[in-house]
Design a protein around this ligand. Structure first.
Ligand code: ATP
Length: 751
């Protein structure tokens, strides 16, 4: 047993709330799964009891991993367990979720079920586990978690686990735990990282990072490594280009923009490989337990020491040893190393070999240029990678580490194979601001200024974020256009062939294979991570600077500017109709003259028709008849509609039932105690409804009332024989003569 298990298990088994912290790879998963299963077992939890335990994880991969461990250790039990992680068929999940005793899920999907799945009931929940609680909160799930917790019964046991505990976790603990036991086994240990982990850092100029990385891979071909980058776009670019340069070892990539199936495939492939490199975002930083990872390389600086600790924790797990390399730009060194020292991370510097710095030894930059030149898709990815990296640095909170102005943008762009650095609005602004500040600094009070500075930067950040959100809504990707690139590369010079190629149009369209890989459903979700996170579609906020052309001529008055986009046009139509007010109904006579529906006639002709009361009565009766007729029509139309609706619903239900019969429920539900459910069955989690007893059987009975029972083969055979008996069969030869025909006729008449 590990330390955390030794301490947490007895408390968990006593039903105590736990706030658990222990180093990465120290076995926290079992520290909550074992008491959970034990508790349900002791209470003789069965299908009729519904949901007994809920485990929430920040990422889908981690949820899958927890689910796998649960399958292994729960083999002897008969609880049903479900995996609810999004990216799967909602309808199937909705059907099955109400039958589960244990759920492993991601927060968003769980809340969606709580809100929308009628059968989902957690009134009897006994245990809630939040694994990597701080990450759940960092990813912006605070409100979701609060909403989930509000839906759960208060008299439950709760456990929060993570290798790092932040203030927000303590806040959450205050709200959701009752008299918790704080189990922090490594709190007093000298280092915050596993003792078998060797940690190094290297100061590498930004423009040499890819070169160093590629050489690292070439010189460690038998190793298994995870390479962390700060955004999905960088991951995609580095993966694609490195693959094309054939380093001689399998390369994989994992990020939040991939479809769930692709993510699962990559996860499984990397887990199975002995030597491979996985390029990923922080989506893989937490909790993932790949066997025998030798190296964790952080190509981009982590946002804080906590993230660093989780990233390096993907190696040296349990009792294994491992190595970690952090690459820092010169401007990041001091701040980051001080932060790591404070967080009790022992790290030592290794110097970049002199020959690696040697420019004469051809770096991979030339190959990158060739790739970008030959393949517009690669160039496009490069531009996106450049922008998203700059943005991630700009958005980082810790300005003692991250300074976007200190980065050599042109050289970095060149190292990606780009002909020039795309100009990015905010970097320009930031530089200009810095210049102004530099001149003001001499005369102004230092303290005031730094406060202003922070405020302004905060403001700028929020502006960028707002713009980001707005752009995401419009679903457009900002792609550098010809003039923009031209400006970036210095348009006044004579353009070379290469530059012309780079400035080609229509490069915004990625090849089919890329669009297939990318989960566009996620594209419009709000950016969850502040920087470089899993679902970070961030570079849309950047606009590449355009030259302002003097168009000449008169300016068009504002109110005559016509809406250009379809959406704008729709909106303006809507506005118009709103302001138009209600129209009057008019009747046209035979001469085509328009009349109001009820026109006032002159007094004399009114009185000529009789007294006012009788006229009123007559009018009302006439109108009532009209209304009655209209009512009859309306009612029959409504009835017809209802009938159609009903028929459609029935048809849908029939189709659903047929789908259910034919579909494999797939990968998300398992009955733990299924004796056939052994390891060697791999990923086949398909559920056999027959494994359920109690309530579920009664469910089936209900179903039987509505749909004809499925018949077994034995029933079919018996029925066939019975009906054969009932039918009277007269077997005769074909009559040849008249006498034979007469005899047959008599036989048929039964005489
Ligand atoms: N008691 C044990 N005996 C042997 N191996 C164990 C034991 N407990 C856990 N392990 C193994 O240790 C590895 C790490 O465990 P686990 O994933 O639970 O760590 P963790 O503390 O949750 O890490 P992280 O903080 O990175 O999520 C796993 O491969 C697990 O199988």
């Amino acid at each position: 047993m590990t330390d955390i298990q030794r301490k947490a298990l007895p408390l968990g088994l006593c039903g105590k709330d736990i706030l658990g912290a222990a180093k990465t790879g120290s076995g926290k998963t079992l520290a909550f799964l074992v008491p959970m299963i034990e508790m349900l077992y002791r209470q003789k939890w069965g299908p009729q009891d519904g949901l007994g335990a809920l485990i929430i994880s920040p990422t889908r991969e981690l949820a899958v991993q927890i689910f796998e461990v649960l399958r292994k250790i729960g083999r002897e039990h008969s609880f049903s367990a479900g995996l609810i992680i999004g990216g799967k068929d909602w309808k199937i999940e909705r059907e099955l979720i109400s039958k589960m005793n244990i759920l492993v899920c991601t927060p968003g999907r769980l809340l969606q079920h709580m809100d929308q799945s009628a059968g989902f009931n957690c009134d009897l929940l006994q245990l809630l586990v939040l694994d990597e609680a701080d990450r759940i909160l960092d990813m912006g799930f605070k409100k979701t978690i609060n909403a989930i917790v509000e839906n759960l019964p208060p008299q439950r046991q709760t456990m929060l686990f993570s290798a790092t505990q932040t203030k927000s976790v303590k806040d959450l603990a205050r709200l959701s735990l009752k008299d918790p036991e704080y189990v922090a086994v490594h709190e007093k240990s000298e280092h915050a990282t596993p003792k078998n982990l060797s940690q190094y850092y290297m100061v590498v100029p930004l423009q040499q990072k890819l070169d160093v990385m590629f050489n690292f891979i070439k010189t460690h071909l038998t190793a298994k490594g995870i390479v962390f980058l700060s955004s999905c776009k960088q991951v995609r670019f580095v993966f694609e280009t490195f693959c094309k340069m054939h380093p001689g070892v399998p390369l994989l990539h994992l990020h939040g923009k991939q479809k769930q199936q692709k993510r699962a495939e990559t996860y499984a492939k990397f887990a199975a490989q002995k030597a491979a490199y996985l390029f990923c975002t922080d989506i893989a930083a937490r909790g993932l337990d790949f066997a025998a990872v030798n190296w964790v390389i952080q190509l981009d600086c982590p946002e804080d020491p906590e993230t660093y600790i989780h990233r390096v924790g993907r190696t040296a797990r349990y009792e294994a040893s491992g190595q970690a390399m952090l690459m820092l730009c010169p401007s990041e060194e001091t701040g980051m190393i001080q932060g790591l020292e404070r967080a009790k991370v022992p790290i030592q510097e290794v110097k970049l070999k002199q020959d690696a710095k040697d420019v004469k030894k051809e770096p991979i930059q030339k190959q990158m240029q060739r790739l970008c030149f030959n393949d517009p898709e690669i160039k496009y990815l490069g531009q996106k990678a450049f922008i998203s990296y700059m943005r991630s640095v700009y958005l980082q909170k810790d300005k003692t580490v991250f300074d976007v102005n200190a980065l050599p943008a042109e050289e970095f762009a060149a190292s990606l194979g780009l002909p020039g650095a795309p100009k990015i609005k905010f970097v320009e602004k930031s530089k200009a601001k810095n210049a102004v500040r530099g001149s003001q600094k001499k005369s102004s009070d230092d303290e005031d200024e730094s406060a202003d500075e922070q405020e302004e930067e905060e403001e700028e950040r929020s502006k960028v974020k707002a713009l980001d959100a707005k752009k995401k809504k419009s679903k457009k990707e900002v792609v550098p256009e010809d003039e923009e690139d031209a400006e970036a590369t210095g348009s006044k010079q004579v353009k070379s062939k290469i530059e012309k190629m780079f400035n080609r149009k229509n490069q915004s369209v990625l090849a089919d294979h890329y669009t297939k890989l990318v989960d566009h459903d996620n594209d419009n979700k709000a950016a969850k991570a502040r920087t470089g996170g899993d679902d970070n579609d961030d570079d849309d906020i950047f606009t590449i600077k355009r030259a302002d052309h003097d168009l000449g001529g008169d300016e068009i008055p504002e109110d005559t500017v016509l809406p250009t986009s379809k959406r704008q046009q729709r909106m303006s139509k809507l506005e118009k109709t709103k302001n138009q007010g209600q129209g009057n109904k008019l009747l046209f006579d035979e001469d085509g003259q328009a009349h109001e529906l009820y026109e006032l006639e002159d007094e004399a002709s009114f009185h000529a028709k009789g007294d006012a009361l009788s006229q009123q009565k007559e009018f009302l009766e006439k109108e009532k008849k009209v209304m009655d007729r209209a009512d009859v029509v309306d009612k029959s139309t409504a009835k017809e509609k209802l009938r159609e609706k009903k028929a459609k619903r029935k048809q849908r239900e029939r189709e659903d039932m047929m789908d259910e019969d034919s579909e494999d429920d797939g990968e998300m539900v398992v009955t733990l105690g299924n004796p056939d459910d052994s390891d060697d069955q791999g990923d086949d989690y398909s559920m056999d409804e027959d494994n359920y007893s109690g309530d579920d059987n009664s469910d089936n009975e209900d179903d039987d009332e509505e749909t004809p029972k499925k018949r077994g083969w034995w029933q079919d055979k018996a029925d066939a024989e019975e009906s054969k008996k009932k039918r009277k069969v007269v077997e005769v030869d074909e009559p040849q003569t008249l006498a034979e025909q007469e005899a047959l006729a008599l036989k048929l008449l039964g005489l």
